[in-house]
Design a protein around this ligand. Structure first.
Ligand code: AMP
Length: 956
């Protein structure tokens, strides 16, 4: 059954088959997209309502096409009656831009021979007309106003089917009209006695659709009016392209709607690359890069680049470099650093960088990239920040070795964690019986990388885990190591080593005897008592086996109360004995000198490597005694080693040993990569967070607490005598008895005789040489001031005499710029005239620890730093009214490196600078937060001074 429209009232049962064939037989229809359709009867599903005259001629009929889509058709079949003149007129068709109109007709036409009983009136053609008008002309139809286009005949009325039956065939005819001059037109179909079904009428004109050719855009162009005409069109270069010199792009639009004959072209501007039909370049740098640091993790966030380079495939990649402090060299961060969600191909504008080293300097760059970034040889555009990570706990202790397994003890050794992130002061060894139901952990602590765990059960499996401890806390435990103790021996051979009860008894008795000896020894003279064998763990220079074992198992160790006491090497009659009492004699062949790093009083200071048998080689500083020395010089030189060798603290420079049995005579000290603190701070002015600075101060205070507890008075505590290692750990150095007098360039002769570094020294020490730990506390206050002012000279260019006088009159140094008030208060406490009123180092460490734990207490509301009114105290704030230029001002606040940045941005007067906001400062490209703060704080003071001077505010 063929589908029929239910509304169809066709009296023409033969009409229907054409619908089946219409689409198979269709030919000649312009299929491409170059046509602009003005009328398509098939597309209209409501009634066409064309005018039919006479009304009983052409008749509108509904049908279905092969897709069962309803269509409207017109049919006429007055083949039985002579003298037919049936007109059908379309609705008015507005021509738009068209000049040449195409009319495509699809129709079936019945063969007269196939109609039984038809007389001569039957026709097999119909006529096509048009009428041009500027507007619709109503429904009247006057034949003489129509211009004939053509008489249309069927190519073939029937086609022979497979079974020999005759099938009606759909004809397609196209006619062209034009050029047209009016706004629109009508089409008309005249039937003079044929049997026709007009299946569809389509009216269209042709266009050359807009295209991009040779990087030029050519707009939609209507074809010319004549068949042979070509329309010349000028192209417009695409974005970021320009016309080639004397070769502007042109194309020609043919009557068939095809672009022909391209002439000339556009080319990409410099820096752009042709990708398909566009000119593209890598995106500009990401904007507004901000970061926050959480210990050793840095989170970065940014905004997309202002220019995406003409593409929408922008992603981001991060480049991480670790920079040394001195000299400032940067190397790629390597594979141990983590990036979340990824290092490159980032779609979102944030990333977390994890597992950075603690207390390290990094440069982080964020680059926007797109599909042409890799083609571009132009300079990379990126946003960058320089950051310094905070403190972090040490990484895992993973390489644990069982050195010796006995029935009741196990000896372990291990490597320092890969990232100690500070000075490891202790290891914790946790262990438990593997098969015990209720798991009970025991712990043992050790200061070295080995430990012996005693009091174990024979033939028992134990599980061990080790973690390291630094100032930043405990690291995570390393992997579990299972070890089974040896089988039990017979009771007869149980040694005292295996029986803790015996040990405790023996040690307790021995301890009591030792204690008696010690007390006695102190009374009759330290020298004799402390030289005894029992005291050797306290006095040996840290290299003897006895010493190390003493530290290993604090958990099970019988410990004497109290701390070690410092022995003045001068009290030894034979200074050589003192050296070998406290320092280890090293074999010169274990030392490799690499380069000279400084000049000491007695000879050159070099850096190099020390490789002791069975140990990792380490970087060391090597102090040499110049040739031709006198015996006194040799003694004085080695005296420093005799003192240093008595100390063992993470914040006191560590002595590796001495070489006295060869030449040159050498003192070997742990290497401190960043040299002395004063120069280091001056070099990195403004680059640290307050927490980092306070961390340094805490270290120095802890070192001094240790020295004070040992009864050692330093006498020359100053930033220049503090050394800094690569982890920013500060260590007290420069020990020597005569050194304060001989060595320190700051030391001057005072009226009381003796050389004294006046600016660092407490008044009582200057006046009557009363050097105590309390006078070291005064010096510590000065070191605090040096640190917080990044190595500024205490009391600037005042003379020593003026300093002594000012101090005596009660003046004290003001808070350095941006110094938290709490820290300045601590300095002032250290500078109490009455030395008994000054805090002890122990208290100082406690106060600093509290501040570090509560960073809010270190926040400095800008401009609120206490500034006492005395002229001396005011010296840290430059008087802005005396500066004549921005350059002078920048010099005064030590920020002259940014002079060009200010000039380039047009800040030529101090008034314009005074109006700057923090955003303005950042927009100059000043990325270091410390510098931003320093500049901003100075601007605020400048503003306040201007307000005071002129009585007017500066509008920001
Ligand atoms: P000194 O004789 O102790 O004043 O040392 C002279 C210079 O050598 C110091 O200012 C430092 O720059 C350098 N120096 C001394 N000891 C060390 C060390 N342990 N590590 C690195 N540099 C050092």
């Amino acid at each position: 059954m063929l589908p029929r429209s239910s509304s169809s009232s066709s009296p023409w049962p033969w009409i229907t088959p054409f619908l089946l064939l219409c689409c198979h037989a269709g030919g000649g229809r312009a299929q491409n997209a170059k046509e602009v359709i003005l009328l398509d009867s098939k597309a209209q599903q409501t009634e066409l309502e064309w005018i039919s005259y006479p009304p009983n001629g052409w008749e509108e009929i509904s049908g279905l096409d092969e897709n069962y889509t309803p269509i409207r058709t017109y049919q006429v079949c007055k083949v039985m009656e002579p003298n037919q003149n049936n007109w059908l007129r379309t609705n008015w068709i507005e021509k738009g831009d068209a000049q040449r109109i195409f009319v495509e007709l699809k129709f079936t036409l019945r063969d007269c021979n196939s109609l039984p009983g038809v007389v001569g009136a039957c026709k097999e053609t119909f006529n096509l007309y048009y009428q041009e008008t500027d507007s619709e002309v109503g429904r009247g139809l006057r034949e003489n106003q129509y211009v004939k286009i053509d008489t249309i005949a069927a190519d073939e009325s029937f086609t022979q089917g497979d079974l020999g039956e005759r099938k009606m065939k759909l004809n397609t005819e196209v006619r062209i009209i034009g050029p047209l001059s009016r706004r629109g037109f009508y089409l008309a179909f005249q039937d003079v006695g044929a049997c026709i079904a007009l299946v569809s009428v389509k009216v269209y004109y042709k266009k050359c659709w807009s295209i991009i050719e040779n990087l030029a855009t050519f707009p939609d162009t209507v074809t010319g009016s004549e068949f042979s005409s070509l329309v010349e069109v000028e192209g417009m270069c695409v974005n970021d392209a320009e016309e080639e010199a004397d070769n502007s792009p042109k194309m020609h639009c043919s009557a068939e709607g095809e672009w022909l004959v391209p002439i000339g072209k556009c080319i990409c501007k410099a820096g752009f690359h042709q990708k398909g039909d566009a000119c593209e370049r890598p995106p500009s740098a990401p904007q507004n890069l901000v970061y926050n640091i959480n210990q050793t993790t840095v989170n970065l966030e940014w905004s997309p680049p202002a220019d995406t380079g003409g593409r929408n495939d922008v992603t981001y990649r991060v480049i991480c470099r670790r920079c040394s402090w001195e000299p400032e060299e940067c190397v790629p961060c390597g594979p141990n650093v983590g990036y979340s969600p990824a290092q490159s191909g980032l779609v979102d504008t944030y990333v977390s960088i994890t597992d950075l080293l603690a207390h390290a300097n990094y440069t982080l760059e964020v680059e926007a990239v797109n599909g042409v970034s890799d083609l571009s040889r132009t300079q990379r555009l990126f946003a960058a920040v320089s950051i310094a990570t905070g403190q972090a706990a040490p990484s895992q202790v993973s390489e644990v070795i069982k050195e010796n397994v006995q029935q009741r003890s196990i000896q372990l050794s291990w490597q320092e964690p890969q990232q100690p992130n500070g000075v490891i002061t202790e290891y914790e060894i946790k262990y438990y019986e593997k098969d015990q139901k209720d798991r009970i952990y025991s712990t043992v602590r050790s200061r070295s990388t080995s430990a012996k765990v005693n009091n174990l059960k024979p033939s028992t499996a134990y599980v061990f885990q080790i973690r390291a401890f630094t100032e930043a806390g405990y690291g995570t435990f390393g992997p579990r190591l299972e070890i089974t103790t040896k089988e039990e021996a017979s009771a007869a051979i149980v040694s005292s080593e295996q029986n803790p009860v015996i040990i405790i008894a023996v040690v307790a008795v021995a301890g009591t005897i030792i204690l008696v000896f010690m007390v006695f020894g102190f009374i009759i003279g330290r020298r004799y008592a402390l030289a005894g064998p029992i005291d050797s763990p306290l006095l040996h220079c840290g290299y003897s086996k006895a010493d190390q074992e003493g530290d290993e198992e604090l958990y099970f160790q019988f410990k004497f109360p109290g701390t070690k006491t410092y022995i003045d090497p001068e009290t030894y009659e034979d200074p050589n004995r003192a050296v070998h009492q406290f320092a280890k004699e090293l074999d010169a062949s274990c030392i490799k000198i690499e380069r000279v790093i400084g000049a000491g009083e007695f000879g050159e200071v070099c850096s190099g490597r020390l490789k002791l048998p069975g140990k990792r080689d380490v970087s060391v500083a090597i102090k040499t005694l110049k040739v031709g020395y006198t015996e006194k010089q040799r003694r004085d030189f080695l005296c420093e080693a005799s003192i240093m060798g008595q100390f063992d603290h993470p914040n006191v420079v560590h002595l590796e040993g001495v070489v006295t049995r060869g030449k040159p005579v050498m003192i070997i000290i742990e290497y401190m990569e960043n040299g002395s603190l004063d120069a280091f701070l001056r070099k990195h002015d403004g680059q640290f967070t307050v927490i980092q600075l306070v961390g340094m101060l805490r270290g120095i205070a802890a070192g001094m607490r240790y020295l004070a507890d040992m009864g050692y008075v330093h006498r020359d505590l100053a930033a220049r005598n503090i050394l800094v290692n690569s982890n920013l750990v500060c260590k007290v150095s420069d020990f020597g008895l005569s050194r304060v007098i001989e060595d320190d360039p700051e030391a001057v002769y005072t009226t009381t005789g003796g050389k004294i570094p006046v600016r660092w020294t407490a008044p009582e020490a200057i006046q009557y040489r009363k050097f105590t730990s309390a006078s070291d506390v005064w010096s510590y206050g000065i070191v605090m001031w040096e640190v917080m002012s990044y190595g500024e000279r205490p009391y600037w260019d005042m003379s020593n005499q003026d300093v002594i006088k000012a101090i005596d009159e009660g003046y004290r140094l003001p808070a350095p710029m941006d110094c938290p008030p709490g820290l300045h208060q601590l300095m002032l406490d250290c500078w109490q005239k009455d030395r008994a009123e000054r805090p002890k180092f122990d208290q100082i460490v406690g106060i600093l620890d509290k501040m570090i734990r509560n960073p809010n207490t270190l926040k400095t509301p800008v401009g609120t730093c206490t500034r006492p009114i005395s002229p001396l105290l005011d010296q840290s704030t430059p008087d802005f009214t005396t500066f004549r230029s921005v350059g002078e001002w920048l010099e005064a606040i030590k920020m002259e490196r940014y002079r060009d940045n200010f000039t380039a941005a047009g800040y030529s007067s101090l008034e314009s600078v005074a109006r700057m906001s923090i955003e303005d400062v950042m927009s100059l490209g000043i990325t270091l937060v410390g510098h931003q703060k320093k500049i901003m704080s100075s601007i605020q003071t400048m503003r306040a001074q201007m307000l005071h001077l002129h009585g007017t505010g500066v509008q920001v």
